[in-house]
Design a protein around this ligand. Structure first.
Ligand SMILES: C[S@@+](CC[C@H](N)C(=O)[O-])C[C@H]1O[C@@H](n2cnc3c(N)ncnc32)[C@H](O)[C@@H]1O
Length: 237
């Protein structure tokens, strides 16, 4: 039987926890922190609010949101190893009161309906086996009027940028990944294929339309770094 995307993500991220933050930055050409800050800036939340961070990984986005807004965050991720590193980072940042991590699947979130004041998910969409059902599940857990902000890699549309991007994902990433560790080599070989396949199946207008059909209104899109990253956000209808 073909492996599911969720199963693939489980194997891919298991060895990465301790080194994830350092190299995610390098492999995104140093753009990742800027993309995260933009994602977080889409969420109109404050100290009284609780936001869910789906596919929270090592809690980098959760900690960024807490720093910017003072809200509380519940992070959920299917990878025990990534969460372990996340808990270490939360303790280091002295944010154990405001950031909590739980193990769970984005496809079946372990939360009641409409219980969050906001939602964010960075680099989750490509790993969902059924994207529309996944978006409906995200919509389920946020209260009406609350904002959800989603981020993933994109393929730059311009010819020159696309050529540079192709070189980076086909040559740069695998070579750099191999120099770091076997786990990162796997990521380096996987990423270009995964991003291209996602872009072909879910061009940005289709992605935005599916977000609307899944229960979000006023959906907006911003492509960052010449299209290397796509951020979508909208209000729970
Ligand atoms: C590239 S990491 C991003 C982590 C974090 N959002 C960040 O930006 O640093 C992707 C994360 O998605 C998680 N993930 C993938 N599929 C998932 C699913 N179906 N349910 C929960 N987590 C998932 C992986 O375990 C991994 O931690």
């Amino acid at each position: 039987m073909a492996e599911t995307r969720t199963g693939l993500a489980r194997g891919l991220f298991a060895p990465l926890g301790p080194t994830y933050d350092r190299y995610a930055n390098v492999l995104s050409f140093g753009q990742d922190p800027r993309w995260r800050r933009f994602l977080v800036s889409r969420l109109p939340v404050g100290p009284e609010d609780t936001v869910v961070d789906v596919a929270a990984g090592t809690a980098a986005v959760a900690l960024e949101l807490v720093r910017q807004t003072g809200c509380s965050v519940v992070g959920v991720d299917q990878s025990r190893e990534m969460l372990e590193e996340g808990r270490r980072r939360i303790a280091l940042a002295a944010e154990t009161e405001r950031v909590r991590l739980v193990e769970g699947s984005a496809e079946e979130l372990p939360f009641e309906d409409a219980c969050f004041d906001g939602l964010m998910a960075a680099y989750l969409l490509r790993y969902l086996d059924d994207l529309a059902a996944g978006l409906r599940e995200l919509a389920r857990v946020v209260r009406p009027g609350a904002t959800a902000a989603l981020l993933d890699f994109g393929v730059p549309p311009g010819v020159v940028q696309r050529t540079a991007w192709d070189l980076w994902v086909d040559l740069g990433l695998p070579v750099l990944g191999r120099a770091i560790s076997p786990g990162w080599h796997e990521v380096g070989r996987f990423l270009g294929r995964s991003i291209r396949e996602f872009d072909r199946s879910w061009p940005v207008p289709r992605l935005a339309a599916t977000m609307r059909e899944s229960g979000f209104a006023d959906v907006e899109v911003r492509r960052l770094s010449l299209g290397g990253c796509t951020v979508l956000w909208g209000r729970r209808a």
